[in-house]
Design a protein around this ligand. Sequence first.
Ligand SMILES: C[S@@+](CC[C@H](N)C(=O)[O-])C[C@H]1O[C@@H](n2cnc3c(N)ncnc32)[C@H](O)[C@@H]1O
Length: 717
Amino acid sequence: MEIGVYTGYSLLSTALALPDDGKILALDINRENYEIGLPIIEKAGVAHKIDFREGHALPLLDQMVDDVNFHGSFDFIFVDADKDKYLNYHKRLIDLVKVGGVIGYDNTLWNGSLVAPPDAPLRKYVRYYRDFVLELNKALAVDTRVEICQLPVGDGITFPIHIQLKRKISMVMAIKVSEKIAQVGWFGRSYLTTVITVRAFIPSFQTTVNFRNPRFLLPRTRVVYRCCRAVSGVVVSENINLTDKEKQIFNQLVQVLRHFNLETQLRVAGGWVRDKLLGKECYDIDIAIDNMLGKEFCDKVNGYLASTGGKSQGIGVIQSNPDQSKHLETARMRLFDVWIDFVNLRSEDYAENSRIPTKEFGSAEQDAYRRDLTINSLFYNINTCLVEDFTGRGLDDLKSGKIVTPLPPKETFLDDPLRVLRAIRFSTMFDFEMVKELKVAAADNDVKSAIADKISRERIGHEINLMVSGNQPVKAIDYISELGLFQVVFTPPPNFELKISEHDKICVNYINAAWRLLGALGGCTFSDEQRRLYLYAALFFPIRKTVYGENKKKIISPVKHVFKKSLKLKASDAENIIKLHNAVDKFSSLIPFMISSEDMNPVEVDWKSDMIDAPDSSRLRILLGLILREIKDFWRAALMLTVEEEILKLGLEKVWEVKPLINGRDIMKLLELKNGGPVVSEWQQKLIQWQLAYPCGNVQECIDWMMMQTQLKHLTT
Ligand SMILES: C[S@@+](CC[C@H](N)C(=O)[O-])C[C@H]1O[C@@H](n2cnc3c(N)ncnc32)[C@H](O)[C@@H]1O
């Protein structure tokens, strides 16, 4: 059964997953919307499985509950209608679903609002339904007739599985159920890690299992991270739970202090604190020391180890190197098999044209304020076992998902302009919001010049690589474009004139389309490296055909320039991307032959004029084989870019957002119809076709065409 059909997206997915004789009872108060999607359901050949009933679900459910024949008769019930009635539905559905059967309640994370503070600004309808969703979650959590399986994907779906009392199903079964549900394909099979939380929302009962299902190993998508953020809202705490290994390390460090009677305060700084507070493990421990250099403290550690008969550890000293984000001398030592960095607390002044700070020692508070973002400025004090928030807003910003600089943003960015890119990366990585003042400062011309003048191109390339390999590459590149940083980051060759204005927007469109395609099609076969190059190839696709002369003899492609000069990435990256671009053009020329059932016509393709004399049936094999030999296992990436190129060439990107020029009511008026129904839906479909055919057509032209069609019909009948 499905309650809440709308135009039938989830209905179609379920219908496709059912065997041919499977049946779905579909309930919705509105038939008109269902009829919009019906042609697609028919086209998919599954309409015969669906029994659609128009009307309010509750009275229909009551009728069924009154008839014992319906009891325990449904394998699966999906509820996606009015959230304020979910609990009422549940009271009835529990009788109708069979033991071992599953109910699915959609939107049970409710835009993440469940974990928002009471005074959080929420949209009106989100706030209105929030309490109902909370009530439902609470009721399900204590309902002994069901075992819950929560899929925190998209807006969250809770699957209560009907169990016989006292016979709880195992975790394994819960995982199996959600795997099946995933196979149905509602999530576009585009999540990397599915977290199943049994008895979600009751922390003491919570068991979390991370499992990686290789079949669904696709790039992490926005949905997953949106969920993580909602989940992070729950887990951000003021205290940190240490692993056994961390306890061992920190205990030993405290022993060192005691042994030498040191007044020293040891604090773990930055990313480790942030990640631990977000409930993630982190193996990158940086320790800040308040009154001595890192190397001096490491010597003390060795002194202590010697006094207890332990083996002393090697100490590595890394000189300050701002280009590697090491602003001060760092000592590195291995304790309990973990590498740890030790550095003294610092307060820095920066020279105007350099990222190299001039002053070194400072208090913990000064050190916190000189860091890039408030969420990265938290400390964990090893002496007191407490989290310290010297900027006074690090914890709040972490909880509310805000990207904020500890000092005024322009000042922070001018001190170290790389922070602009880091702010973008962290914002997209955690799906946190960059505050307005930060965005204004990031787009400031002085800051842009500082990025160009003060940061090495290697560091820029490194940040961009992290973004493109990360979980939100499109959002990150989109921010770069939105903040006017595209040309600063991807510096074009000197004297390079682009024929297209706003080319960064076009580049963003390409990477966006590539990203979606990756989610929708077989991205599971891409390694991380292939995914990275595929996305770069998409990003620079629009400028691939432009060439410029670096000196009189040499003609270079701008793609090569961006990789070699402006990002300082590997030369092989640029070569692979150029190969991918070439392969796309070659694939395009072969597509008609690939889909034709006839043997290939022996006409030469323009990129291979010296083909040997071979039978017609072998020519496609030869040509495809040549492309594949050239790009090896990047061929899937090239093929995907080819499809994307066709779609973008036709201007069909986001075509689903095109509004009909004439709506249902106008159609009724024009045709002088009293009621809606199939005639109106038929015309809606025809008019959409007309709009697709004439993308620049206006309302009047559309009406003229429609009237002409109706007159023609009259004449022929
Ligand atoms: C979010 S949409 C459903 C989307 C659909 N499940 C999908 O994923 O494609 C919600 C639908 O619930 C329907 N609805 C709202 N209240 C209802 C009620 N009391 N009884 C039946 N349907 C209802 C609305 O008409 C709307 O079509």
